[in-house]
Write a protein that binds this ligand. Structure first.
Ligand SMILES: Cc1ncc(C[n+]2csc(CCOP(=O)(O)OP(=O)(O)O)c2C)c(N)n1
Ligand SMILES: [Mg+2]
Length: 361
């Protein structure tokens, strides 16, 4: 008889704040009142920014935009847990993460108009650029963590990707290397139910995305992705693990893509409104408001002020981005290589020549 090796595993599901805003006090992370308010204010700005972006795209003022409405807790609370030296490695949906890292709102709009200028924040800010090829950025995050290890620097990298990205070989390669090399990487899988029109039920036969960590020898945990406190606590712990040399963590944040995939998509073609309805009750901002109210950190006046100020900030940023004049075409060839390879230089010269002919001729 051949011997069999049986592995048993369990995946923890973390929820600290229930849908009514009740907190599990035993698990409540220690976050200063001012920081709780900052997280709330950032989520509100993110929501207002998002909804304005969709309108601007419809008016022809922005290129394709990927909304984040409904996923603010998964994005803001995790990014908020980062230290300044840690890396934020986004996909194409993470404008709330750039906002949390202090990137000016107009710079993000300007990026969405097609210009790279200023979109990542200060030149030395540890924010990676938007990554559109699905599943490409987890490898970058492992590389960043490995480089930090070689340089003996305490820098973790938090990488965002979706449920769909878990079917890309590169995502799995990245997790494998993070395990083998014990890199300080936090893989944050936003399980938002859909990869464009493909539901999670068709994405995997596994019961959870978090359990994929087991195969790579890294830690896996599932969290309620609409629960600010659970997302924050899990990310904070993962950063500490990485920082202490204990390796990588895969966090599956269960959330929901409330809107369209991007402004180029119409979800009515493939999903029923009945599916979206129950998620409205789970809105991460409303849930956090209930918690803050119970903690006496939020009343009607404060709430009104936060939403009104967010509207003002977003309107001002939108105006600035509309007034922005794109730089020279040569800009799009810069910022990737420290020394420009000749093949890129050739393309830049060609583009420059054509640009000048068209603009002067
Ligand atoms: C390599 C690659 N294949 C296909 C696409 C087209 N595409 C863009 S987003 C997307 C779905 C990704 O879904 P998921 O990973 O769940 O992230 P979400 O959009 O839900 O945030 C696809 C297939 C792409 N950008 N890159
Ligand atoms: Mg998805």
């Amino acid at each position: 008889m051949p011997k069999t090796v049986k592995h048993k595993f369990e995946i923890e599901h973390l929820q600290i704040l229930d849908e009514d805003g009740n907190v599990d006090e035993k698990l409540e992370p220690k976050i200063a009142d001012e920081d709780l308010k900052k997280i709330y204010e950032t989520m509100v700005v993110s929501r207002v920014f998002d909804q304005k972006a969709v309108k601007m795209q419809r008016q022809g003022k922005l290129a394709t935009f990927a909304p984040s409405t409904g996923e603010e807790a998964a994005m803001v609370a995790s990014t908020f847990a980062l230290r300044k030296q840690d890396w934020m490695v986004p996909s194409y949906r993470e404008s709330p993460c750039f906002i949390t890292r202090g990137v000016p709102l107009e710079a993000i709009y300007i990026y969405m108009k097609g210009s790279e200028e200023g979109s990542r924040g200060e030149p030395d800010a540890h924010n990676m650029p938007v990554s559109v090829p699905v599943g490409s950025q987890p490898l970058h995050a492992v590389g960043l963590g490995y480089a930090a290890k070689l340089r003996k620097k305490d820098e973790a990298a938090l990488v965002f990707f979706g449920d769909g990205a878990t079917s890309e070989g590169e995502t799995l390669e990245a997790m494998n290397f993070s395990g083998a090399w014990k890199t300080p990487t936090i893989f944050l899988c936003r399980n938002n139910g859909w990869a464009i029109s493909v539901p999670t039920t068709k994405q995997t036969a596994a019961e959870s995305f978090a359990q994929k960590a087991i195969a790579f020898g890294i830690k896996g945990i599932q969290v309620d992705g609409n629960d600010v406190l659970a997302v924050y606590a899990a990310t904070k712990e993962a950063i500490e693990r990485g920082s202490k040399g204990k390796g990588a963590t895969l966090i599956e944040a269960i959330t929901y893509r409330m809107g369209m995939h991007t402004t180029a998509d119409d979800p009515k073609k493939y999903r029923k409104e009945e599916e979206v309805e129950p998620w409205k009750e789970k809105d991460p901002i409303e849930r956090f408001e209930k918690y803050l109210r119970k903690k006496k950190l939020l009343d009607d006046n404060y709430k009104e002020k936060v939403w009104a100020e967010a509207e003002e900030k977003v309107a001002a940023a939108a105006k600035k981005s509309e007034e922005f004049k794109a730089g020279h075409i040569s800009e799009i060839f810069k910022y990737t290589f420290a020394e420009m390879p000749y093949i890129i230089k050739e393309q830049m010269d060609y583009a420059q020549k054509t640009w000048e002919e068209e603009n002067n001729g």
